[in-house]
Design a protein around this ligand. Structure first.
Ligand code: SF4
Length: 182
């Protein structure tokens, strides 16, 4: 077991706010131009809004190549309660909390290695006004690109990692990934 595997134990992941997780090989990540088309159609209103999303992240082929530089991906999720299925504020709050989970994971992993890639969900909203596209990102080290923006079919990814993409009525689930070499 290497340092990363010793760090990312089920107990520690739970303490950091992870709901479920599963580890698969990066060659099982389901990349698809269809996912990118959804971005281009602005399904989540984030296209071209930050350095974490297309077009800033490059083509799907480039994103795939970046991922395949690593051998393993730990797919993880956060699950958050909603008042009802129309609870938009709850969804936004859940997305914010999931970003905090990513921050905590990043801080822990950074202590032991520089060589990993953390992918999150949706656009980056760290700054009140993003510098995209006029100027470089203010915090490139803390930029966690969107899995969807990388061209990943996240529902399929979750299924392959044997975690739930949906966790029942009145909940919202967000999915991220940590890529590394054992
Ligand atoms: S960290 Fe700031 S500048 Fe960089 S992508 Fe996020 S919002 Fe934009």
């Amino acid at each position: 077991m290497n340092e990363m595997e010793m760090l990312l134990t089920p107990e520690r992941l739970k303490e950091l706010g992870v709901w479920q997780f599963g580890v698969i090989s990066t060659d099982q990540i389901p990349f698809s131009e269809e996912a990118r088309t959804m971005c281009e159609n602005n399904v989540c209103q984030s296209y071209g809004k930050s350095w974490a999303c297309p077009p800033a992240v490059g083509t799907v082929a480039e994103c795939r190549e970046a991922c395949l530089a690593y051998q393993k991906i730990l797919v993880f999720s956060g699950c958050y309660q909603l008042e009802d299925s129309f609870d938009y504020e709850g969804m936004v709050a859940g997305a914010g909390e999931f970003k905090h989970v990513c921050e905590r994971l990043y801080s822990e992993i950074k202590e032991i290695t520089e060589h990993f890639l953390l992918l999150s969900n949706g656009k980056c909203s760290r700054c009140s006004v993003c510098t995209f596209p006029e100027n470089p990102c203010r915090y490139p080290e803390l930029l966690y690109p969107a899995l969807e923006g990388y061209g990943v079919m996240v529902s399929q990814l979750a299924a392959r990692a044997k975690i739930n993409y949906i966790n029942g009525a009145n909940t919202v689930t967000y999915v991220g990934g940590i890529l590394w070499n054992p």
